[in-house]
Design a protein around this ligand. Sequence first.
Ligand SMILES: Nc1ncnc2c1ncn2[C@@H]1O[C@H](COP(=O)(O)OP(=O)(O)OP(=O)(O)O)[C@@H](O)[C@H]1O
Length: 600
Amino acid sequence: MAKPAETAQKKADLGVLKAMIGFLKPYRLQVLGASIALVCTAGITLSIGQGVRLLIDKGFSSEANVEALNQALLLCMVMILLLAIGTFVRFYLVSWIGERVSADLRKAVFSHVVTLHPGFFETNLSGDIQSRITTDTSLLQTVIGSSVSIALRNLLMFIGGLIWLFISNPKLTALVMLSVPLVVAPILIFGRRVRAMSRDSQDKIASVGSFVGEAVKNIKLVQAFNHQQLDRQAFDSHVEVAFKVAVGRINQRAWLSTVVIVLVLGAVMAMLWVGGIDVLEGRISAGELAAFVFYAVMVAASVGAISEVFGDLQRAAGATERLLELLAADSLILPPAQPVSLPANISGEIAFNGVTFAYPSRPDHAAIDDLSLHIPAGSSLALVGSSGAGKSTCIDLLLRFYDVTAGAILFDGVDIRDLEPHELRRHIAMVPQQPVLFTGSVADNIRYGRPDASDADIVAAAQSAFAHEFIERLPEGYDSFVGEGGVRLSGGQRQRIAIARAILADPKLLLLDEATSALDAESEYQVQQALERLMEGRTTVVIAHRLATVINVDRIAVLDQGKLVASGRHSELISQSPLYARWASLQFDDAGADAAAVPH
Ligand SMILES: Nc1ncnc2c1ncn2[C@@H]1O[C@H](COP(=O)(O)OP(=O)(O)OP(=O)(O)O)[C@@H](O)[C@H]1O
């Protein structure tokens, strides 16, 4: 992400415009309608100046009569009605387009983000991504839904007013033209600064968001360690930094507006002075001067309005850049050019063939080093080893969250890089160490394993996972709300729901990361029972922490610093592998040695 940020900064304007045009394309009709309404309302507003001129020169002249006044007023009423209708259409359509485009952008960014490789989220914080999808799209919605329309309307009035000024009095208008560079130069200078600062400001707000997210998510830890005061201070400094950056931006914008007002109104005053002399000397009529004043003020006001929204447009450019960066981020896990499809009745056989893998952030450190393993279909393999040995990495590689650096992983004899990631993961279910529950009901959380499952399927899965009984006892049974992340359930209950989810998914390959935290004997027993049922008839790879698991699996692979150092059954390894014997005695205390005697 760091790289595109810089390049996007340079070519933002063009890129931003192009991307927005792409998002506007489906709504051509609405854009056309809004443009027509915009041109009409600007035209009507421009014609008011002519009305003023006629009213003064004809309406109040000596030969005027009531009839003429009536006609003039009738015409005015029609104009007002048209202006009202035009304004309604313009406002409705432009706001609609703004909302629509920002909704589409949100959908596009989210749908892209969920396909990105997990490594992406190590460098891009969730709070930052959230802020891009919410705050940045809202900013774009405001800009497309109003600022652009204000800018265009004022641009039309500026051009229309200027043309009239030129036709009616070139000398005075020359004064306007002289002031143009004086006005444009500061707009460009301040505008550029506003834009850079707005990007900075949004980044700072995003970091405020991330901080809140983290603190609130881990509120128990924060309070348990009495960290509120320190967190408050840290948060205050985040907020103050964001405030300072915002003040810098406001300062530039305030100067932008001030400078514009002084220059533009100064020019208008000069025009009035010269025009006043012309009227006094009889070169132009009073109506013409009134109309001239009207258009001059309109031109000045439109320049002011454009400069006002110019800052918004600049901020929107910053927001768009940030969104485009997300949209342009490539997933490192690519679907194959010619995907192989798996046969309908796959067996679930796994092979690691000389797999070496280094995380992209640490390319010179092999987390997995020349690992070869064969896991026959339907058998179970336990991965054991000290912390950092590479067990979780093996699971991540099997799910193709990362691609191997060398060697290959075969699923039913097919290199997993030749499979669509979706096709591969369809056959895999994962029960993580910390079961992840989403905000929703118990039933929703189990259904996550297979979205089209019936209620009966869900109950059956819960029964198999030994979860049915406790779910029935919850206040609303399967419809009970689990709270954010499942806070309303105990650790063992969450695990059994995660197991029920995997049972429902009915995968060929089961990936299991056993919880390290000890459950009470009863929960432990139930979770173990549930797991055994889940493992029946499936290929299982489990990161083992329980004695019961290592005793029951078909084979144990002992990893050390990414290398396979021994493999076999528990009883064999206890006598043959000193590393395993030590690990087992540490892990299971005396039980490990006793278990060696358990006959298989
Ligand atoms: N996202 C990552 N980026 C860079 N290095 C990583 C990443 N995840 C893990 N590692 C490194 O890869 C090595 C293997 O880590 P892994 O998480 O697979 O170990 P593990 O055996 O599962 O350990 P534990 O039992 O503590 O979970 C470690 O040296 C670790 O520091």
